[in-house]
Each structure stands twice: as C-alpha cells, then as structure tokens.
Design a protein around this ligand. Structure first.
Ligand SMILES: O=C(O)[C@@H](CO)OP(=O)(O)O
Length: 239
C-alpha cells in the first residue's frame, strides 16, 4: 500500500509578519526550522522512509524538506523540485499586510480572496518588485499573475498525474514538502472534497500528514503525526 506524507513548510518570516506571500521566496524563521526538524523526528518515529521527496522551487519548502529528512536520518533521499508545487500566486496582494488589507477592503473581501475556491485576488501588475517573469526558475514557462485555489489545482494536478501518481502506483513511498495551498489542492483531489468545503481544510505548518492509499490512490487512512497540533481532516472518500 503506497504511503504519502504531505509536509507544509515551517513558519516563514512572512507567516510571522502576517503578509501575503505566494511566490515570494522568503525563508523560514528559527521557529519554522524547529518545526521542520520536529516534523522529521515524527517521520522517523512513524517508520516512514520515503523513496523520493518532491518539493517546490521556494526555499521555505525546500529547506523544510531538507531539515526534516536530516533530522529523520534520511539525508540521502532523492529530491525533485518543481514550480508547480509552489504556493498559490497571490497576485496583487503579494507582499501586503493581511490585517491592513482587511482594514482597507473589509474582512469579508479578504476572506473571499484567501479562501474562496475560485475567485482569485486582483492580478499582479507587471514590472514591479514581485514580478517573477524574469526569474530563471520559471524560464520558458507560462506563469500566472494571480491564482485562486482552483487555478492552483489546475497546475498542481497535471504535475501530480505525470510525476507523483506513477511513482506511488509503482509502490514508492513519497514525501511532499510544499505549501498551504498547493497541499490543500492535493488533499482536495485525493479526498474528493467538494468546492465549498475545502475552505475548512487548514494544514498546520510542519505537521506531517500521513496518508495511506489503496492501489487506485484513494486514501484509506490519514492522520497528522503531531496529534497535539492536528486540525480536522476531510472524511475518507467512500471506496
Ligand atoms: O500568504 C500565503 O501565501 C498563504 C500561506 O501562508 O496565506 P493564506 O493563509 O492566505 O493562504
């Protein structure tokens, strides 16, 4: 039975500062590093030994995965990076303070931008500080200027289908170190969460989510390894 662990990166500097982050490459805080190491200890205690780790091209996810593997004693695990596991692109909200934005546009509007399924924030204006068009990590790719969770899923899912699912089906155990919304997209897909209910899924930082899958990659069990920091999981899909 293939096993999957989803690991959201530890606290980042902009999680701490309460700023819309998206694709900005902010680093972990010391607390975030500690969460990543603790996640690795829990992975080791669970006996999980991934055959491969997938991660995004953003350092908060890459470093979380590397710190977790290191503290789990699994440093040699091969790592595959791809931008399609990036956080959702926060468009024109990128870099703004979440509380100031709520004071300006209202809590309800900010909630829609943050948690509606298919309403994206306003697009990022080209040429500014957070325009990623010239970033070599995205060379040759058509990249978004904003994303909803739906459009995030639209780019995560092809990557899941082409790169991750075949490895699970071949029997590999897999660790994915990524972001709140790219992982939420994977959870939505695996658990067949309805569009209006995915808002209730909030994956804690640095808390490994272990999912056992059957041969059709349907979850048969799921649990957070740090039970004290667990949040509610969607119901298992009917077999
Ligand atoms: O700022 C972000 O990129 C994300 C994740 O931290 O925020 P949100 O909680 O709004 O999805």
């Amino acid at each position: 039975m293939p096993r999957l662990i989803l690991l959201r990166h530890g606290q980042s500097q902009w999680n701490l500062e309460n700023r819309f982050t998206g694709w900005v490459d902010v680093d972990l805080t010391a607390e975030g590093e500690a969460q990543a190491r603790r996640g690795g200890e829990l992975i080791a205690q669970s006996g999980f030994t991934p055959d491969v780790m997938f991660t995004s091209v953003l350092k908060r996810a890459k470093r979380t995965g590397a710190l977790a593997l290191d503290s789990a004693g699994l440093k040699g695990v091969p790592v595959v990076e791809d931008w399609r596991l990036n956080e959702r692109h926060y468009g024109g909200l990128t870099g703004l303070d979440k509380a100031e934005t709520a004071a300006k546009h209202g809590e309800d509007q900010v909630k829609i931008w943050r948690r509606s399924y298919d309403i994206p924030p306003p697009p990022l204006a080209p040429g500014g500080e957070y325009d990623f068009a010239g970033d070599p990590r995205y060379a040759g790719q058509t990249i978004p200027d904003t994303e909803s969770l739906k459009t995030t899923l639209d780019r995560v899912l092809p990557y899941w289908n082409e790169a991750i699912a075949p490895r699970l089906q071949a029997g590999d155990d897999i660790l994915i170190a990524a972001h709140g919304n790219s992982l939420r997209a994977i959870v939505k897909h695996l658990f067949a969460v309805p569009d209006d209910q995915i808002v209730g899924v909030e994956i804690p930082t640095g808390n490994p989510l272990e999912i056992d899958l059957d041969g059709t990659l349907t979850p048969v069990s799921a649990r957070y390894l740090d039970e004290a920091r667990a949040t509610e999981l969607p119901p298992l899909p009917k077999a």
